[in-house]
Design a protein around this ligand. Sequence first.
Ligand SMILES: C[S@@+](CC[C@H](N)C(=O)[O-])C[C@H]1O[C@@H](n2cnc3c(N)ncnc32)[C@H](O)[C@@H]1O
Length: 359
Amino acid sequence: MKVTLTSVYSPYCFPTLLKSSSLSTLCRPFCSSALPSPPTCVKPQVPIFLRPPIYSNKLCDLNKWHDWAKGVAFSIGSTFVHSDNGPDSSILCRELKWLMEDAVEVPSLDDERVRMRIDIEELYCLWKQRVHERRPFQYVVGCEHWRDLVLSVQEGVLIPRPETELVVDFVSDVVSENEELKRGVWADLGTGSGALAISIGGVLGSGGGRVIATDLSPVAVAVAAYNVHRYCLQDKIELREGSWFEPLKDMEGKLAGLVSNPPYIPSKDISGLQAEVGRHEPRLALDGGIDGLHALLHLCDGAALLLKPGGFFAFETNGEQQCKALIDYMENNRRGSFCNLEIRADFARIQRFVIGFRQ
Ligand SMILES: C[S@@+](CC[C@H](N)C(=O)[O-])C[C@H]1O[C@@H](n2cnc3c(N)ncnc32)[C@H](O)[C@@H]1O
């Protein structure tokens, strides 16, 4: 999880709705059956591109909106870049193009009218939110592209970041060499949108391996449940609401693997975050306490308790200092609990992850 939010969104067309509980359908992301009731009363929002094209609008009105929106984007220039490393006009114009592609049904009805997934009035509103309120683009369109997935996201749920994708590669490497770990139970703690849990569910394949994904946030649990269902992985991924290991009391010494990208930003740094992040993403997902290590150290203690011997873990951190602090903690305060501890870098070569095994 980076402290800036660079948009990696790109439009994507889904194939026809399919229903299957088999993992081989991971790249066919829909179940046609009704969505299950989420574990809480939170109602996940449907991303724009999945909504039915029930609005009919004049092409000239759409063009009028587009010209206005482009003007707003150009008026920003580099203002946000200078204030907090936010998006410049060119990024906003790219997002505008993607918003159009999500909102407008192709082909158009005729030369004068288009079918749309949201009304033009709402488009004005959404673009004002994007530019003037700095609402993250992913919340505006309701989804984020992450690995091979398109995940639904909304306020209250962290937008998954590209560097976190590497955690899935670590898991993939480990299970490709160890059939027992592949057939075991994995946990994704602080699952957010369910990104890690869903990808790891795919990596575990059609054997007996499964994932328990937990989060303290009821919104995150509901959105993760929605995403799990869209990828037809209900049989593979179980969602549990609660704080860290509290919903995993039945798993002591039984976990084959544990991954987490917990909140790790030091509290004092939250106010300096890019507006898209600091103003809109949930503090619960960002704030790691005084030194940012609050959740990470708790996760080390829990990993020692819940992983079975030979079990694997991967934690994402804020950078080199936190990685070293974690290793130090595991070697000294949890002596004899872990082995093969390693620090791994992210795509930007920042020392980002601590991985290792239960002794
Ligand atoms: C940095 S976000 C990561 C979300 C997701 N795993 C990802 O990588 O996109 C941290 C997540 O931890 C959750 N969280 C915070 N405190 C928690 C707690 N005490 N117990 C469980 N989850 C918690 C937040 O709600 C948030 O979803």
